[in-house]
Write a protein that binds this ligand. Structure first.
Ligand code: KIV
Ligand code: ZN
Length: 390
């Protein structure tokens, strides 16, 4: 058994209500946001990014109320590198027991071109805005947006300025999901080695999933020294989404032997919050989504079902209870075998002799060839015709 008490803590920063809600069509109502924030708080999320207060009156109201209701999580609001944004953000979060201002600016050549700032002008802006945020709030996070496409020397320079101006967390966003695991790790390692003051702050990793590598990139960054992962429930987020909270949490739990890090997340609450976020955002979870998909703990093939009935560990690396499910789902279909059929029928209250099972199994296969999934009602109907000669 691994001794987890001495392991490094990785903070979980959830941005479902900010980056997740930015997903086109994922808008949530005020009441829905309050509900999701409550579930995140209860689940043990360290920091909830509750919204972007300057974006709309609705966002401001939701962030303010979440700040007032929060019990244990730090409540964070997002602000561009502008005094007006930062003031509005602080207005919204100031009632939280633990408020955080998160301010950002795009530092890569493509992003610098948008406000048309020179490197020096942007450096000054970072100094002024982080200083301003820090004068309002002790807990300030700064992000160089598109960090993974920013010139390394300029990234060092801007991160150093933000640290000197009082940022307590430096987030390294892979805004367009461009990086790869080794590069993600190298970047954090280089920042820790080359930026003065880097050992006094927390580095965060914020990955997008455009190439399907957000989870791997986040975990690689943690292995290199990042101690905060920014993520969303179900990986909700713009384009291909953000790092999925449930994936990084369960990866560090299940593979704690090679990723010895602790989080405060109660993983048994994952399934419920996943379902609530899917319902309120209108973004259904894909069936084969890791951890929370409908099929993540479902087995149809005969060999797998037989193995599962003998020892669940043959085909499952986590227990369904660990993510809040009550049991593994044995799905009856044309790939199912006799052992699974017998077990399913026993659960439905039918005890079958070998000959009877043989007969029912033949008819079950005929039905399964016609119908994709066989439900309990189908099996009950099959048993009626089997036991009733009429
Ligand atoms: O992806 C990104 O760069 C962001 C920033 C605002 C942190 O979401
Ligand atoms: Zn983002």
């Amino acid at each position: 058994m691994t001794d987890t008490t001495q392991q490094d803590r990785v903070l979980i920063f959830d941005t479902t209500l900010r980056d997740g809600e930015q997903s086109p069509g994922a808008t949530m109502t005020h009441a829905e946001k309050i509900e999701i924030a409550g579930l995140l708080d209860e689940m043990g999320v360290d920091v909830i990014e509750a919204g972007f207060p300057i974006a709309s009156e609705g966002d401001f109201a939701a962030v303010s109320e979440i700040a007032k209701l929060s019990k244990t999580s730090v409540i964070c609001g997002l602000a561009r590198a502008q005094f007006g944004d930062i003031d509005r953000c602080f207005e919204a979060i100031k009632h939280a027991a633990q408020p955080r201002i998160h301010t950002f600016i795009g530092t890569s050549p493509l992003h610098r071109a948008i406000p048309n700032l020179t490197m020096d002008e942007m450096a000054d802006r970072i100094h002024e805005t982080v200083t301003h945020a820090r004068n309002l709030c002790d807990n300030v996070q700064w992000s160089p947006m598109d960090a993974t496409r920013t010139e390394l020397d300029y990234l060092y320079r801007t991160v150093e300025i933000a640290i000197k101006a009082g940022a307590t967390t430096i987030n390294i966003p892979d805004t367009v999901g461009y990086t790869a695991p080794r590069e993600s790790a190298d970047l954090i390692r280089k920042l820790l080695e080359n930026v003065p003051g880097a050992d006094e702050i927390v580095f965060a990793t914020h990955c997008h999933n455009d190439l399907g590598m957000a989870t791997a990139n986040s975990l690689a960054a943690v292995e290199a020294g990042a101690r905060q992962i920014e993520c969303t429930i179900n990986g909700l987020g713009e384009r291909a989404g953000n790092t999925a909270l449930e994936e990084v949490v369960m990866a560090m739990k299940v593979r704690n032997d090679i990723m010895p890090f602790q989080t405060k997340i109660d993983s048994t609450k994952l399934m419920n919050i996943s379902r609530r976020v899917a319902a309120v955002s209108g973004f259904a979870v894909q069936f084969n989504k890791a951890i929370v998909g409908k099929n993540a703990f479902a087995h149809e093939s005969g060999i797998h079902q037989d193995g599962m009935l003998k020892n669940a560990e043959t085909f499952e690396i986590m227990r369904p209870e660990d993510v809040g499910l009550t049991e593994t789902n044995i799905v009856m279909g044309k790939h199912s075998g006799r052992a699974a059929l017998r077990s399913k029928l026993e659960n439905l209250g039918y005890e079958l002799g070998d000959n009877q099972l043989k007969d029912v199994f033949v008819r079950f296969k005929e039905l399964a060839d016609r119908k994709k999934e066989i439900y309990d009602d189908d099996l009950i109907a099959l048993m009626r015709t089997a036991t009733d000669p009429e």
